[in-house]
Design a binder for this molecule. Sequence first.
Ligand code: PGA
Length: 266
Amino acid sequence: MTETDTAARLRWVIGNWKQNKLRFEARELADAVAAGLMNAIAANPSSVNVGIAPTFLSLDLAVRHAPPGGALWLFAQNVAAQESGAFTGEVGPTMLLDAGVNGAIIGHSERRGHFRETDHDVARKLQAALAAGVQTVLCIGEPLEIRESATHESYVISQLSTAFSNVSHEHINERLVIAYEPIWAIGTGKVATPTEASAMHRSIRAWMGERFGSTGAGRSILYGGSVKPANAAGLLAAGDIDGFLVGGASLDAASFLDIVRTAAGG
Ligand code: PGA
């Protein structure tokens, strides 16, 4: 497998619902996604994994009403770096697994920006989640001023290198997915061009290969930032983009499933 052989890597499409949806709305949306899922991936069911990340308070509903066979992966939007203890307001990695949740998003730029999570905090969460066996989506990405100063590549590589500073080779496996999300593209309608996104994905893959060998280079790398049904195919065609972390467009089942269908090649 060459480093850019996208065919060999699993695709993922994950809906990040952020702080949206009351429980009855979350139930409706999760049901609608589940109802349309098999049809959306029909072209190539084993090529794409599909997940949703409701709020903590709706995750139990999603667990209870998930389609059979684990066809819809369930993610928390955050996870603690500690397993348990005197950490008011936090939820640990094993607690997620115990509740039937498959994984967690770690280091989303909104957590870094609004809640002051540092690269170091992200590193601790990543280490804990991977050690606990949680399916992990590590988010990285640069702000606009960094992109404009053309230092985005070194910025993102530095985020990566801090995030993985405590992670050993044994924890690099299919449980790890990376999401490149340029902050200037999140919720702005301003999507990175396929060329911009795939160039960054290649740099991330090269770094993962240097640090963790072929297992590192073989991780799925998702793009996030204003992904919509209209731009998904163009991004995937650029190569080195193994699917999407979807915010706004995941709040509507039809548009989310359209993106899933595109990722499945349908
Ligand atoms: P967006 O959000 O699709 O609304 O830009 C993406 C994300 O924050 O993961």
